[in-house]
Design a protein around this ligand. Structure first.
Ligand SMILES: [Zn+2]
Length: 313
C-alpha cells in the first residue's frame, strides 16, 4: 500500500441543473435550492506520467471516482469552519481524445463535481474559484500496486532495480499506480505537481532548449504571455540595480579620492541590492559630511566616470 499525493490544474464553476440538485440533496440529506448552492468542477487526477514519473491507470481513475464521492475538501487553515466546505457529489472519467499521453494512451482524467453553500463565509472562496485564483487541486489517496513500466513488477512488494525517470534501451521507466484502496482527501493547492498543472519535466526539456522556445514549441500561449511579462519585469529590475550600482560607485569615488573607480565598480557588480543600499547609505553620509561635495574626481574611467559629479545627496 502506498500513500499518494498529486495535484492537477482545472477548477471551474458550473451551472446547477435539476440533476445536480437531486444528487446534492441526496448527499446533503436536505432540501437545498439552486440559489443556495455553488457548484464547480475539478480535475482530480489523470493518466499522464507526472513529474514523479508516476501515473494512474484508467481503471484506477474509475476506482478513485467511486471513493471520492461524498468526500469533503480540506481547506487551508483559514477555511476550517464546519460550514466552509465543498463536497464532491459526482465523479466521471473524462476522455480527451487527440492528446495522447507520454505512454501513447488516450488522455483521460477524473473529473469531480463539487458543491458548497452560498454562505457569507464561503463568498471569498467562491470569488477565488470564479476569479481563477484557486485553480489547482491536490488529491491524497492510497494505492495498492506500483507497477514498473520496464519489468512489470509490483514495486510495493520491493524494489525491482529500475529507476523511474531513467530510460532503458530508449524506454522511459515510470510507475503505474493501480488498485485504489482509499481516497482520503482533496484540497486546493498553490503549487502544482502534475504536468497538466504546468510543471516542465526533465524528459520534455531537451538539453540546451530554453524555456521560451519550449513554450513556443508546445503552444502554451498563456504561459508565453506570463513569461514575457516576467522578462519585462526582470529587465526593469536589472536597470534599477544598474542605476544603484553606478550611483554607489559615484558616491564612493567622491568620498574617497584614492579609490580605484574601475576596481570598485567590479566589486559592486558582485553585490546584491541589500548590500548596495547599505553601502550607499554609508557613502551618502560621508559625502554629506564633506566640506565641498562633488568636486573630487575618480582615477578610474569606467562606469564611475560617467555623468561626472551629477549626483544628488
Ligand atoms: Zn522494473
Amino acid at each position: 500500500m502506498m500513500d499518494v499525493k498529486k495535484s492537477a490544474a482545472g477548477v471551474a464553476g458550473t451551472a446547477v441543473s435539476q440533476e445536480d440538485l437531486r444528487e446534492i440533496n441526496a448527499l446533503a440529506k436536505g432540501e437545498l435550492t439552486a440559489e443556495q448552492v455553488y457548484t464547480f468542477a475539478v480535475r482530480l487526477c489523470d493518466n499522464e506520467v507526472d513529474r514523479d514519473f508516476e501515473r494512474f491507470s484508467r481503471a484506477a481513475l474509475e476506482e478513485l471516482g467511486e471513493l471520492f464521492l461524498g468526500r469533503s475538501c480540506i481547506f487551508d487553515h483559514q477555511w476550517s469552519a464546519k460550514e466552509q466546505t465543498a463536497r464532491i457529489y459526482r465523479t466521471e472519467v473524462v476522455e480527451e481524445p487527440g492528446i495522447p499521453t507520454e505512454t501513447g494512451e488516450s488522455y483521460c482524467y477524473l473529473k469531480g463535481y463539487a458543491y458548497m453553500l452560498r454562505s457569507e463565509k464561503n463568498a471569498e472562496l467562491i470569488a477565488e474559484i470564479e476569479g481563477g485564483i484557486k485553480k489547482e487541486v491536490s488529491v491524497g489517496c492510497s494505492m495498492k500496486r506500483q507497477i514498473c513500466s520496464i519489468c512489470g513488477r509490483d514495486r510495493s512488494e520491493g524494489p525491482c532495480g529500475h529507476v523511474p525517470g531513467r530510460r532503458y534501451d530508449g524506454r522511459l521507466c515510470y510507475v503505474t499506480l493501480e488498485g485504489a484502496a482509499d481516497a482520503y482527501e482533496w484540497s486546493f493547492v498553490a503549487v502544482p505537481a502534475q504536468r497538466e498543472a504546468g510543471v516542465v519535466r526533465k524528459g520534455l526539456h531537451p538539453k540546451g532548449e530554453g524555456l521560451k522556445s519550449y513554450l513556443e514549441r508546445t503552444g502554451a500561449r498563456g504561459w508565453l504571455c506570463e513569461l514575457e511579462t516576467l522578462e519585462k519585469e526582470a529587465q526593469l529590475g536589472r536597470s534599477y540595480l544598474e542605476g544603484l550600482r553606478k550611483e554607489l560607485v559615484r558616491l564612493a569615488c567622491t568620498a574617497d579620492a584614492d579609490l580605484d573607480g574601475d576596481l570598485f565598480a567590479a566589486v559592486v557588480r558582485r553585490l546584491e541590492e541589500r548590500e548596495i543600499l547599505e553601502l550607499r547609505r554609508v557613502y551618502q553620509k560621508r559625502v554629506a559630511a564633506m566640506p565641498l561635495p562633488g568636486v573630487q574626481i575618480c582615477r578610474g574611467e569606467g562606469a564611475a566616470a560617467e555623468d561626472g559629479g551629477a549626483f544628488l545627496v
